[in-house]
Design a binder for this molecule. Sequence first.
Ligand code: PMP
Ligand code: GLN
Length: 386
Amino acid sequence: MPTVSRLTPYATTIFAEMSQLAVTHGAINLGQGFPDTDGPASMLAAACSQITGGNNQYPPGPGVPLLRQAVADHQSRCHGLDYDPDTEVLITVGATEAIAGSLVGLVEPGAEVVVIEPYYDAYAAATAMAGGVRRTVPLVADGDTFTLDRDALAATVSDRTAVLVLNSPHNPTGTVLSADDLQAIASVCIAHDVIVLSDEVYEHQVFDGRPHRSIATLPGMRERTLRISSAAKTFNVTGWKVGWVSGPAELVAATRTAKQFMSFVGSGPFQPAVTHALNTQMPWVHQAREDLARKRDLISEALRNIGFGVHHTAGTFFVCADPRPLGYRDGEQLCRDLPQRVGVAAVPVSAFVDNAEPWSHLVRFAFAKRDEVLTEAVARLQTLTD
Ligand code: PMP
Ligand code: GLN
């Protein structure tokens, strides 16, 4: 096999696999998490005029200065976090490159990377690229939500840990970690001198008036946290691949070192358009969040009415459903069958875990879709009970 052994487990992502099944069977794709409507019109117009206006060559390596400034301003406004746009902000090719660049730049071969299980698949693949060793700390079900297993956290993070990857709001469960859970992570990372890679791509999809709290705002954490976000989910442009990472200069420098040789630079004409959006389109983002919360309610209630057990989603694009009351115990098998059987695609939560047992039944549905698409998907899922 030509692929190196440390990457063979990552040959195909679950999102690609389920999206392909959706195409093959003409199914509604509630698997891969992408919106089916566009972002702010003035942002789209800005990107078009950048391209036709001749902005089609390499942008500066760390990102367009005005975008780095806009990212710094945005974090100052939203979180009270101040970063120097020249040394503490780096524009990446989506959050994905921020994740890969950070882990490759910060993790020595054999060092440990702690992820919260279920974990977004890119953390595992990037840890493997770095030659790191993955350790998991599970979320545990608590009523219809999830909380961090703090005993497991204390037992897993050690002086061997280089980086802990945090993701709140959390993909795939929709959990927003409590202030106490964030504090527990902060305390253990300070005690063991661990860097936190905080993936906050869903920072603007926190519902019910709850604020998004970045772990970087906790005492002693700004200096050890790399904060990642992306235009993808904030402005409905998953195809533009404009992300960013911010943190202390020496941590950002580690990411930049790796990033330079992954992509060198990215997304030239899109960077000014995202600058425009960050500076002027936050009212659009806030309206989109309200719409998304309504969609969460729509799909959660409909799934419950069909007979699924439904976990509460506090943020993100995703809701996790338990099909066992309908007689399906294996979420992966159900997801393989669903596109052909009822014409809907979803992803199994088992694709996000090392320890299958507590997760093997769960199925993740992405709900950032037009109401009529969600309504049709629900009608199709209803046929599972026929
Ligand atoms: N992190 C998480 C938790 C995600 O769900 C995603 C998908 N948006 C990414 C990172 C990747 O983001 P991007 O598309 O900006 O690379
Ligand atoms: N972040 C999105 C999800 O979790 C898309 C991921 C992907 O296609 N790699 O569904």
